[in-house]
Design a protein around this ligand. Structure first.
Ligand SMILES: Nc1ncnc2c1ncn2[C@@H]1O[C@H](COP(=O)(O)OP(=O)(O)OP(=O)(O)O)[C@@H](O)[C@H]1O
Length: 320
């Protein structure tokens, strides 16, 4: 996947005295699903607008498929499909008519557009609703139609801004599965801006965390968690049957080769090690007679990473 399709270099946007996006460097590879994360006002939408050539940067550049978005916004628009959180359709027109209208705006010949629209209705799971007025569509159906509307012009990149807002959980799952399928099968690059950490964690290959206009971190969940929490170490959690008098067990664990620190809270031991010595730890606990209830290597998810950045949650960091 070593083919940057989005390249932002030193990208900066100012609104008066406010620096909304501050010297942003970011490369996104072809076919990647990249998550833009950050609290309100972090600069995500401004970054997207600059990538689409809809607002001019104070300095730096945004290259999309090798095209400068500021100098050639029209060219970029041909390559990128943008789905805002609530796309506007002509409600008195049918789903099919809306798609054909978008195709017409993009100069796609009518016969080609009709064929493509029929295929897209199948693809997005809206077959049978082609001839219903979009005013009667549910929120989930509108978002699916929005995806078809974006796909009808064969984009290389799709940008989705909070695409699952207001959709029920089953609809969200189906929508996200569809995005992943599209990206994998058609090598479409996806940029997903969202506050829903679990959704982002589920579908994105990499994420970028924005705060105050700066990109504080980027990477896949495993490497971000490694960088933030593990720092080359492993945290193993063990549940024991009885904690009373377990200080002896704590001491025995501390003396093991490869163990950095041990903490005990209620019946839960947290053991920080330089390498994965899960099996040896299990042996020591079993031999101690305290009763091993469970043992697992702690996995840090996107919410732990997000908390670390936004809420200054130092609890985990101090245990490693
Ligand atoms: N047209 C504008 N004029 C002045 N300030 C703006 C303008 N657009 C955005 N801003 C400011 O720039 C900063 C970044 O806003 P932006 O909308 O890019 O954030 P965001 O990360 O997309 O937030 P959200 O998650 O709420 O959409 C904010 O402080 C916002 O108030």
């Amino acid at each position: 996947m070593n083919e940057p399709i989005i390249e932002l270099r030193g990208l900066t946007k100012k609104y008066g005295a406010l620096t909304a996006v501050d010297n942003l460097d970011l490369s996104i590879q072809k076919g990647e699903i990249f998550g833009l994360l950050g609290p309100n006002g972090a600069g995500k939408s401004t970054t997207i607008l600059m990538m689409l050539g809809l607002t001019e940067p104070a300095s730096g550049s945004a290259k999309i498929c090798g095209i400068d978005a500021t100098r050639n916004p029209v060219e970029v628009k041909r390559k990128v499909g943008y789905l805002p959180d609530d796309i506007g359709f002509y409600d008195h027109r049918t789903g099919l008519e809306n798609l054909l209208y978008t195709a017409q705006l993009n100069r796609i010949p009518l016969h080609e557009a009709k064929e493509k629209a029929q295929r897209l209705f199948q693809r997005i799971g809206l077959q049978g609703s082609e001839n219903k007025k979009t005013g009667t569509y549910s929120r989930g159906m509108r978002q699916r139609l929005g995806l078809a509307d974006v796909l009808i012009k064969n984009p290389e990149i799709i940008i989705l801004d909070e695409p699952t807002l207001g959709i029920d959980p089953a609809g969200v799952r189906e929508f996200l599965d569809l995005i992943v399928k599209l990206s994998r099968e058609e090598k479409i690059t996806v940029l997903l801006s969202s506050h829903h950490l679990h959704q982002v964690q589920k579908v994105c290959d990499r994420v970028g965390i924005f705060v105050g206009g700066k990109l504080l971190a980027e990477g896949d969940i495993a490497s971000l968690s490694e960088k933030l929490f593990n720092k080359g170490a492993f945290t193993i959690e063990a549940g024991i049957a009885a904690a009373e008098g377990a200080e002896k067990l704590e001491t025995a664990l501390r003396q093991m080769d490869g163990v950095r620190s041990v903490s005990l809270q209620d019946n839960r031991l947290q053991i920080n090690c330089l390498r994965d010595i899960t099996v040896d730890i299990a042996g020591v606990i079993v031999a101690s007679g305290y009763g091993l209830m469970h043992l697992s290597r702690k996995e840090y998810g996107l919410d732990d990473i997000y908390n670390r950045y936004f809420e200054g949650d130092k609890a985990y960091v101090e245990t490693v």
